[in-house]
Design a binder for this molecule. Structure first.
Ligand SMILES: [Zn+2]
Length: 273
């Protein structure tokens, strides 16, 4: 198995060209992946293969994820500076309309969302445009479409906009700080429970590290010990290489749009290397 996993951020809208807008990039990349004759598959398939739970043919496959879970993932929205933005979800639907269902029969995107409604509201006000665009109301519809999975991107991202010190002495601002038992339960287990309630009967099975911050406590101790008990199969970082049979289940690598590639040519190189 050698599967590249690509990651987008719906809030990356600095203009309307490929390099500064993950929505423009995402829609273009669907076409590029398809033109290269690659198959898009759910990222859960990659995890199932890694854990020996499935034996699918994953040659020439790619998996897609997106982080932070703003409404830009699901709804087309009018950005105050850059105008109408095509959501990731609608880009998938538009691709389907253009090419037909058989073109990419397993077309899929995994959206890693932030659980805590209070933290989401704070991020919306301080980091987005304060239009209540960090809601959870689209999660169910996205899931029911069969095109999108909703997974765990922590309780509150331990985001710098949370200025108060968190519970259990948690210093805000980066995810390396989540380094003891109580802090991990607060950030990861609590999000598992909240998302399971929201998405029932489905439960989240995948975690992705906020900011790509992977520390040894979570990766090598807490997640191996507690991950399966709280329903987690794997965790994702930003290692910028393909997932293989030898990848670390608790730090699976991904390529990040706008960081590891900023043009269709650069993505082409990643996908065909
Ligand atoms: Zn994030």
């Amino acid at each position: 198995m050698q599967v590249p996993i690509l990651t987008y951020h719906g809030v990356n809208i600095a203009g309307n060209d490929y390099a500064g807008n993950d929505h423009v990039a995402f829609a273009a990349d669907l076409e590029l992946i398809h033109a290269l004759g690659l198959r898009i598959v759910p990222v859960q398939w990659v995890v199932d293969q890694l854990l020996g739970r499935a034996q699918r043919d994953l040659r020439r496959c790619v998996a897609l994820t997106c982080d932070d879970g703003s409404n830009f993932d699901y709804d087309d929205l009018d950005h105050p500076e850059h105008g109408r933005q095509l959501s990731f979800y609608n880009a998938l639907r538009r691709f389907r309309e253009r090419h037909g269902e058989r073109a990419q029969p397993d077309l899929h995107l995994t959206s890693f969302v932030i659980a805590d409604p209070v933290a989401r509201k704070r991020m919306d006000e301080q980091c987005l445009v304060g239009r209540d665009w960090m809601q959870s109301r689209w999660w169910r519809a996205a899931l029911d479409s069969g095109l999108v999975a909703i997974e765990n991107h922590s309780w509150d991202h331990n985001h710098p906009c949370l200025t108060d010190t968190g519970p259990h002495g948690l210093v805000r601002g980066d995810f390396h700080a989540v380094a003891n038992e109580a802090q991990a339960e607060f950030e990861i287990t609590q999000a598992q429970h909240f998302l399971a309630q929201q998405l029932a009967p489905r439960a989240p099975r995948l975690f992705c590290y906020p900011f790509g911050h992977v520390n040894d406590f979570l990766r090598a101790d807490w997640l191996p010990r507690r991950g399966p008990a709280v329903g987690l199969d794997a965790a994702f970082g930003d290692g910028a290489c393909r997932v293989t049979a030898r990848s670390d289940r608790w730090n699976l690598p991904r390529y990040i749009c706008g960081w590891h590639w900023r043009s269709p040519e650069a993505l082409n190189s990643i996908l065909t290397a």
